[in-house]
Design a protein around this ligand. Structure first.
Ligand code: ZN
Length: 267
């Protein structure tokens, strides 16, 4: 722990905003930078970094609160803030997907299995577009009508892409928008000609497995959790923490050092 505390940012020697030496202490353990005039609390900085790291590790707010010795409500509130940030970040992404695209919808929540469209009461319908070798985009939709789904496809994809869907009738007019490949799940020949939607199905499993862990997400919070899954899936392995800290602490130039710091702190 001594080594950790010698870190120049977290001891308040170097400014986290402008990266210069020259901080002086204020009351309440706050420090102020004589160059950029910004001030912040070192305790809060350390605490926030720990919370970020537990969020990254997908540890529940309850367990994280216990380990950091904080109130559950404080950690939970932070986790929800992170999800909002991630959601905003994802929604600001304007890039249209193109190339080979897998398209599908999936039902989240609710106990009863039902028919598509019908029987979906109490379930949340998530629509997804996955660019092969690229990113997934998700959107919660009210229904799976052709009008709804085609609108999403036109908003989020480039015309004349190559689309892979199953035989759901709402996708019928896709052939006017690009090359449309329909997958017949009854046939085993899916891998010939790349004709499959395995990757987006992989995303549904990825998301559902995690949703299962957070028992009892209220329906109003579904959009936030779905975006969190989208972001996690699009930033697997090492890139998640870096990108998350970047969007979370957009004006902190030292996020790489922050990662180093919090990793030391937790291990
Ligand atoms: Zn400064």
């Amino acid at each position: 722990m001594k080594k950790v505390l010698s870190d120049m940012y977290f001891l308040g020697r170097k400014c986290i905003f402008c990266d210069k030496y020259g901080l002086y202490k204020l009351k309440n353990k706050k420090v102020k930078c004589k160059h950029c005039k910004k001030y912040y609390s070192l305790n809060k900085l350390q605490r926030d970094m720990q919370i970020i790291y537990y969020f990254y590790l997908e540890i529940s707010a309850r367990k994280a609160a216990h380990e950091i010795n904080l109130d559950y409500s404080v950690v939970h509130r932070k986790f929800m803030q992170f999800r909002k940030l991630i959601g905003e970040h994802c929604n600001n992404e304007v890039k249209k997907l193109n190339g080979e695209l897998e398209i599908d919808e999936s039902y989240f929540g609710g106990k009863r299995k039902g028919m598509r469209g019908r029987g979906a009461k109490n379930k949340t319908i998530v629509f997804g577009i996955l660019e092969r070798k690229g990113q997934i985009y998700t959107k919660i939709v009210e229904n799976v009508s052709a009008e709804t789904l085609m609108q999403e496809i036109q908003n989020k994809t480039k015309k004349w892409s190559v689309f892979y869907t199953d035989g759901w009738r709402s996708y019928a007019s896709l052939e006017q928008y690009g090359k449309h490949n329909i997958i017949d799940h009854d046939k085993e020949l899916v891998d010939v000609n790349h004709n499959h939607t395995n990757w987006i199905e992989g995303f549904w499993s990825f998301a559902k497995e995690r949703f299962h862990k957070y028992h009892g997400i209220s329906k109003t919070n579904y959009p936030l959790y779905i975006k969190e899954m989208e972001f996690r899936f699009n930033n697997l392995a090492g890139s998640f923490l870096g990108r998350f800290i970047q969007i979370h602490l957009i004006n902190i130039a030292i996020y790489k050092k922050a990662i180093y710091f919090i990793k030391k702190m937790v291990h």
